[in-house]
Design a binder for this molecule. Structure first.
Ligand SMILES: *Cc1c(COP(=O)(O)O)cnc(C)c1O
Length: 436
């Protein structure tokens, strides 16, 4: 029966059969992911119960937002889930970059130095730091930056990290997810080792982790292994697909206070900032996030396995341990990445009739194609894919609010490669083969 449904939704029998074979092998892996979702679901639920989340918490405030019980309780829930002293969780934090910029700008002072011991940070942070000149950057405020690249095998260069730490070093920023690079993402335990190494050299340095795309993938978060601050976006993992905007900073009291005084105003801090109408979605999204992340991870593993078996380079592989929800697939040609993204777009619940095309985007040095048919604009916990149109022609994709949708979207990406003649069905045995 499902075969018929898929056929009516544009999936060929050969692809349906191939996908079914691949899926049969993934069952033990999926069971592990369900176990992780269970652990993290209990963690979130316990924090909600402990803080007595109530019906009144869903209502929200307007104006100054004094005594916003829903906002204040939600911040206690986040702090308990991340095991931190406090948290700032606000719709006034507009995106992940803003949350990271806020954490940095509020905790660094002129004359301080920022260190990234894990190589180049996420693209949008280049302008925050001033690696690329930009108005309002840390550099403009007299905050210097140092970077230690990863070793060729993707591990930390401890010798040079030790050399880079000096009397000015105030804050160390560690990006957990590879983002849109081909380096590996870091596990929470590895991050813990790096933090310990840094603190052994300089105990008072602030260790911040860019936690984007990593939340709830593991049982521990970086704040469980020594991070002073974890920072992320609510239109990624912790928003569970429901948060329509927002970012969070969870960490040491002083770090969170600094961020709050910078976000609103010295003297006002966390006391103001009306939650308007978003609280119910923030709570419900955070409650759903562990299972939504699991769905996205299943999609990523399914895609890795499906493409890997046809000989494509995938990072991470279908069997490797995962540390985030991003999947990279090197498809090797512009036609292939375009076809892939168009397949994802076509599978979307929103804008499925829209045709994704490569375009020049600010901040990128090549055209980029993006597929996103999301309920929340730009939300990348929803099934979405991006690819810069340049060698090695890799597509980065992530998300999927439900596993059946992630599965269908990935099958549609491959169907699109079949329809474009980049893949074909071998008539003798019905198997899918690469033409390029
Ligand atoms: C998405 C992301 C950011 C920036 O978040 P935006 O919400 O796009 O501004 C920063 N770091 C990493 C690793 C990310 O994945």
């Amino acid at each position: 029966m499902t075969e018929n449904i898929y056929r009516n939704m544009g999936i060929s029998d050969a692809l349906y059969n191939y996908a079914s074979e691949v899926l049969a092998e993934l069952e033990p892996r999926f069971a592990e992911i369900d176990k992780m979702a269970e652990i993290n679901q209990m963690k979130v639920l316990a924090a909600m119960q402990k803080n007595q989340v109530s019906e009144a918490c869903m209502l929200g405030t307007s104006g100054y937002g004094y005594s916003d019980i829903g906002r204040d309780t939600l911040e206690r829930v986040y702090a308990d889930v991340f095991h931190t002293e406090d948290a700032l969780v606000r719709p006034q934090i507009t995106c992940g970059t803003h949350a990271l910029a806020l954490a940095l700008m509020s905790n660094l002072r002129p004359g301080d130095e920022l260190l990234s011991p894990v190589g180049k940070p996420y693209d949008t942070l280049e302008e925050v730091i001033g690696i690329r000149d930009s108005k309002g950057s840390l550099k403009e405020y007299g905050i210097s930056y140092r970077q230690v690249d990863l070793l060729a095998d993707g591990t930390f260069d401890y010798d040079n990290i030790a050399k880079a730490i000096n009397e000015k070093t105030k804050l160390v920023t560690i990006q957990r997810s590879k983002g849109y690079q081909t380096r590996p993402s870091f596990g929470v335990k590895e991050i813990g080792k790096l933090i310990k190494f840094v603190k052994d050299i300089k105990p008072d340095v602030i260790c911040m982790v860019d936690n984007c795309y990593g939340e709830f993938v593991e049982a521990l978060e970086p704040s469980d292994v020594g991070a002073d601050m974890v920072v992320g976006s609510l239109i990624k993992n912790p928003g569970g697909g429901l948060a329509p905007i927002g970012g969070y900073i969870a960490g040491k009291q002083e770090c969170v206070d600094n961020a709050a005084f910078r976000l609103t105003s010295p003297g006002l801090g966390k006391e103001v900032g009306a939650s308007l109408g978003v609280l119910k979605d923030f709570y419900q999204g955070f409650f759903l996030a562990p299972t939504v992340v699991a769905n996205a991870e299943k999609g990523a593993i399914f895609a890795a396995s499906l493409y890997e078996k046809l000989g494509y380079l995938v990072i991470p592989t279908g069997t490797e341990e995962r540390h985030d929800i991003i999947q990279a697939i090197t498809l090797g040609s512009p036609e292939a990445v375009i076809a892939f993204c168009q397949g994802i777009q076509k599978s979307s619940p929103v804008d499925s009739h829209v045709f994704a095309e490569p375009w020049a985007m600010p901040g990128y040095d090549s055209d980029v194609i993006m597929a996103a048919g999301a309920f929340v604009s730009g939300s990348s916990i929803e099934l979405s894919a991006d690819a810069p149109i340049k060698p090695p022609y890799a597509v980065y994709f992530q998300g999927g609010l439900t596993w059946p949708h992630a599965k269908y979207g990935i099958m549609m990406s491959m169907q699109s490669l079949l329809n474009a003649g980049i893949l074909a069905v071998d008539e003798t045995n019905g198997k899918i083969v690469r033409k390029q």
